[in-house]
Structures are given as structure tokens and as C-alpha cells.
Design a protein around this ligand. Structure first.
Ligand code: NI
Ligand code: MN
Length: 229
């Protein structure tokens, strides 16, 4: 059964599988480049938040309340969501795994920082492995290249890795290409690029770097959808 990726800009995307939609890191209303996206038309079943920074959670409360989606996040972000009136949440932490019935999630290490927009401590940032049917996907969240990524092939055979490539706040292109080899992914979707001046990337150079690692790289445009399988 296929899984469809849809890009909403920055590090916001969804994976749709078997009639269920998993939305990651919603940041749309604060992204002028994503003005074509109708936030209130989004109707996910699950929302996964990698960490508390505004460019990952800005629209989470609004979409959660609109859709009733279950929000999966660190324990600290889960507590903050309850204070915002979001009831349907599932707290997790790094190393933990949970089978939601529609898919299984494992929280993995991300080296970054994490605080919510109002200054609330947000716990540690995370990445996710998501198993959908017989395929698995890795979303790194905001992170540097880490040695911990070498553990991921022990847990899952990653079909597609969704990696930040914008540099400055996260991995850049060269480190993301190494990350792809660490996690064993032959196919990468780049996110967290071109939104702000600090994270502009040269697309042709990015392609060259990934070709050298023999990894397929796709840099989606906002609104793009693609069947991954
Ligand atoms: Ni961040
Ligand atoms: Mn970010």
C-alpha cells in the first residue's frame, strides 16, 4: 500500500497511508512562502512535533483543535498542549516506541535545542521513525549529523529519510548526505531550507553532493505531493 508525502513548507509535511494522515511540525501561518496552503483545510489523524520551536509548532494547536488529531510530542510539549486546551495528546520521549494501530512511532536522538514560543521548557528535541504498513520512514527533526543515526538501521530499514538540509541551525547538505548513509536510506527528501535567509541552499550543489553519495535527493516545492512507494 502506498504512502503519499505532501509538503507544506519549511519542515512541515504529511505522510498519508491507508486513509490516515500523519502531519509533522506544522509551521504555515508564519511562513509567507506557504500562503497558498489553507491551514483550516488540513485534517490530519496524527500530528507529530519534533521539538518546541515556533517554526515547528506554530499552527499545532489550531490544527489539533480543528481536526481532533492525536498530537505526539515530548512529555513537556504534551503538558504545554494541555494548557493550550489540546486534550488528545500522547507523550513520548527518546528511545520510546508506541504502536498507534495505524502506524508505529519510535522517538530517536536529535542534537538541537527545544523551548516553546512562550518560553516553556520543551524537553529534548527528537526525531521519529514511523512504520506504516511494511515500510518505514525517518524524520530527523532539527539536528546535527549524529553518530546515533548509525543505530537506525538496527531498528528499521528506512525507505525514505526526511532530513533538514538548510545548514546554520541544522545539518547542511554535506552532513545530510552522510546522515543518509548512516541511516541506510537510498532516498532523501530535504526540508528546513530556503524559508529564511540563513538557510538558503544551492539546489544544483545539493543534487551533486547526493549523487556523489549515490543517494536520491528530492527538494519539494510547497504544495507538492508524491507517492513514495
Ligand atoms: Ni529548531
Ligand atoms: Mn527549525
Amino acid at each position: 500500500m502506498t504512502t503519499t508525502f505532501t509538503y507544506y513548507g519549511h519542515a512541515c509535511f504529511s505522510l498519508e497511508h491507508n486513509g490516515k494522515t500523519w502531519l509533522f511540525d506544522p509551521f504555515i501561518s508564519g511562513n509567507p512562502k506557504a500562503s497558498s496552503i489553507d491551514i483550516d483545510a488540513l485534517n490530519p489523524d496524527y500530528i507529530l512535533l519534533s521539538h518546541g520551536h515556533a517554526d515547528h509548532v506554530l499552527d499545532a494547536v489550531r490544527i489539533a483543535k480543528n481536526s481532533g488529531a492525536k498530537v505526539v510530542a515530548s512529555f513537556e510539549v504534551h503538558e504545554w498542549l494541555h494548557k493550550q486546551g489540546v486534550e488528545n495528546t500522547h507523550p513520548m520521549n527518546i528511545g520510546g516506541e508506541w504502536d498507534f494501530g495505524d502506524g508505529k512511532v519510535k522517538c530517536v536522538v536529535a542534537h538541537h535545542s527545544s523551548v516553546l514560543p512562550d518560553g516553556t521548557y520543551a524537553g529534548n528535541p527528537m526525531g521519529f521513525i514511523l512504520w506504516l504498513g511494511d515500510k518505514s520512514f525517518y524524520y530527523a527533526g532539527d539536528t546535527s549529523l549524529t553518530m546515533d543515526m548509525q543505530l537506525i538501521p538496527r531498528w528499521a530499514s528506512i525507505h525514505t529519510a526526511i532530513l533538514p538540509i538548510g545548514n546554520n541551525f541544522t545539518m547542511g547538505i554535506e552532513d545530510a548526505a552522510i546522515a543518509a548513509t548512516f541511516v541506510g536510506a537510498k532516498s532523501v527528501i530535504g526540508v528546513h531550507f530556503d524559508t529564511f535567509g540563513y538557510i538558503q541552499v544551492n539546489h544544483a550543489h545539493a543534487n551533486d553532493v547526493f549523487v556523489d553519495e549515490n543517494v536520491d535527493l528530492w527538494l519539494p516545492q510547497i504544495g507538492d505531493s508524491k507517492s513514495l512507494i
